[in-house]
Design a protein around this ligand. Structure first.
Ligand code: HEC
Ligand code: HEC
Ligand code: HEC
Length: 507
């Protein structure tokens, strides 16, 4: 059997250090040659014009002999063999960057597609991936000279790509610090009771432990609070709103939303600004974050700072990450390792929606050619046997009014899942065991009451939630794997903690 660990490892920039042999044998899914775990790999490049040029040159010298100068494919590499693929095909877009990287790194068996490691370095192979994207007609975001100036140094966990940051809100240490004070400040609510952190608690990976969130006026939110770990990589925000795409704008919803009320600041904008301007800490923090502005106390500056703080919330140092990125094979238990195989198996299909370095397919980052935004119906409900979900939680349907979108929600990252119970958009699943049981049954059955229905028969359900059977041992293994994703450093990191001395907050 071929083991690809050495070849894939290539250099320290790679996320997957070693992969157990058992996993190599498994049938790959998205691209016919690369294993599912290759989707975990993300480009470490902060893509510049020079990377695209280098990729183009490497393609001309290394690839065009078989794939043609324009990448449109060519002759068989050997008599009777497969012709070199058309690399401009539309469906290649749906292949993750990591899968293309894997194919270039390892080649494809005896098809004639050669392995390019170690002939080409990691960086060169990633530059080729970027070039393949442009061949496919994708317009990549490239860093230009205007980004010059002092650069924020990300403390990226091993193997993590660089988050994309809006051009009008570059990361700075000063903005992050201001954002942290605001995030933890109950002055940010109508009655000084509620801050962002009320519903997003660090020790719970920035969720709140409740089935449904409770706002400043005790109004119960229809949905469950969401974790904020690695939110910098999420191209779409909240459970099921395809139009909510920027942290800067999203923050306005809890602050000013009226249905439901979260912080209840509607109509109090100038009062809020005046209030903050009186606080000595903020006089210093706003001035430092927005130097040269005559009056830095503005709503836009508040949301920029909060968004910067949120983007700094990176989590990728769980036992599972240590197991993956270092030689520490004992970082996770034998049971968790078996659970990993199950998670990445076609039988459970978990990785289809929760794959990739952030354990969700819905990710974006610098240099990513194909921004993935997906929403799925997992068969949690089936009201009236017509596929409906209980209002107002009808998923993307609530925004699009399209029947097809009924019950479709964002697959959340499963990082830190052991501390973010209860689960699902409405907190209706209490334990990890019950979440696994839901997928085993291919959808949840509710026997009686207003939400009665057989979720497995929901006509809008994703075909990846097809049901399967696990032995008790396998169930325990899958759970052990999910528990290995808890990043203790993240939930105790001082940089993300409440900065206020308790007597000063919200006064
Ligand atoms: C000696 C000929 C040859 C060279 C050189 C070559 N390839 Fe290939 N490549 C092939 C063949 C043949 C296939 C199809 C294999 C199959 O489908 O079984 C292929 C398939 C691929 C695929 C998979 C596409 C798909 O449809 O899934 C990618 C990606 C790829 N090549 C990229 C490259 C890149 C990038 C280079 C240069 C670094 C390169 N190839 C150089 C022959 C070649
Ligand atoms: C009353 C509790 C509550 C408060 C206060 C609150 N949130 Fe949330 N947060 C939620 C809930 C509930 C959701 C899911 C909303 C939905 O799907 O409609 C959410 C979702 C989010 C998301 C999307 C996460 C993702 O994975 O897509 C972000 C980002 C966020 N909140 C940031 C903030 C910020 C910043 C503040 C303070 C300005 C804040 N929240 C205040 C309850 C709260
Ligand atoms: C078709 C895509 C898909 C597949 C396959 C899938 N999930 Fe999910 N997962 C989702 C979506 C979407 C949600 C949110 C659903 C909702 O709230 O209605 C979710 C939610 C979850 C949650 C709760 C997360 C939270 O923060 O509340 C867990 C745990 C989970 N999935 C585990 C798994 C496991 C384990 C597997 C494999 C057995 C799996 N998922 C397979 C899409 C998927």
């Amino acid at each position: 059997m071929r083991t690809f660990n050495a070849a894939l490892l290539g250099g320290a920039a790679c996320f997957i250090g070693t992969l157990s042999v058992a996993l190599v044998a498994q049938q790959p899914a998205h691209i016919h040659h690369a294993p599912a775990q290759s989707r975990m790999l993300a480009s470490p490049l902060d893509l510049a014009e020079s990377d695209l040029d280098a990729g183009k040159r490497a393609f001309a010298s290394r690839c065009s002999s078989c794939h043609g100068a324009d990448g449109k494919g060519g002759k068989p590499a050997k008599p009777g063999g497969a012709p070199a693929s058309d690399l401009t095909r539309a469906d290649l877009r749906t292949h993750a960057d990591g899968e293309l990287f894997w194919v270039i790194t390892n080649g494809i068996g005896d098809s004639g597609m050669p392995a390019f490691a170690p002939r080409l370095s990691d960086v060169e192979r990633w530059q080729l991936v970027a070039h393949l994207r442009t061949l496919g007609g994708v317009k990549l975001d490239v860093r230009t000279g205007t980004d010059a100036g002092p650069r924020y140094v990300w403390d990226l966990p091993p193997g993590f790509p660089r988050p994309r940051v809006p051009a009008d809100n570059p990361m700075t240490v000063e903005k992050i610090e201001l954002g942290r004070y605001l995030f933890y400040d109950t002055r940010m609510s109508i009655n000084q009771t509620t801050s962002c952190a009320t519903c997003h608690r660090q020790e719970l990976a920035f969720t709140d432990g409740k089935a449904r969130a409770v706002g400043a006026t005790e109004q119960i939110h229809p949905r469950s609070s969401m974790g904020l770990a690695n939110i910098a990589y999420s191209p779409v925000l909240t459970w099921a709103n395809p139009t909510q795409r920027k942290l800067e704008t999203q923050a306005l919803v809890p602050m000013f939303g009226e249905d439901p009320v979260e912080m209840g600041l509607s109509g109090m904008e100038s009062y809020l600004l005046a209030r903050l301007a009186m606080v000595p800490e903020y006089q210093k923090l706003f001035a430092a974050a927005y130097p040269g502005q005559e009056n830095p106390f503005s709503l836009a500056n508040i949301t920029r700072a909060i968004a910067s703080f949120e983007r700094s919330l990176l989590s990728g140092r769980s036992p599972y990450d240590r197991y993956r990125t270092s030689a520490d094979q004992s970082a996770i238990s034998e049971s968790a390792r078996r659970g990993e195989s199950l998670f990445f198996d076609e039988r459970t299909e978990c990785f289809h929606c929760h794959g990739g370095f952030n354990f969700t397919e819905t990710v974006d980052y610098v240099g990513k050619g194909f921004v993935e935004v997906e929403f799925h119906n997992t068969g949690l409900y089936n009201l009236g046997a017509a596929g409906a979900y209980p209002a107002p939680n009808t998923g993307v349907h609530a925004v699009s009014d399209d029947e097809e979108d009924m019950g479709r929600f964002k697959a959340p990252s499963l990082r830190n899942i052991a501390v973010t119970a209860p689960y699902m958009h409405d907190g209706s699943i209490v334990t990890i065991e019950d979440a696994i049981a839901h997928y085993e049954a291919g959808g949840r059955t509710i026997a009686s009451g207003p939400n009665k229905g057989v979720g497995a028969n929901n006509p809008h359900k994703s075909s990846f939630v097809k049901g399967f059977t696990l032995t008790p041992q396998e169930r325990a293994d899958l759970k052990a794997f999910l528990e290995s994703l808890t990043d203790r450093d993240f939930i105790t990191d001082e940089r993300f903690a409440d900065p206020w001395p308790s007597h000063q907050r919200g006064q």
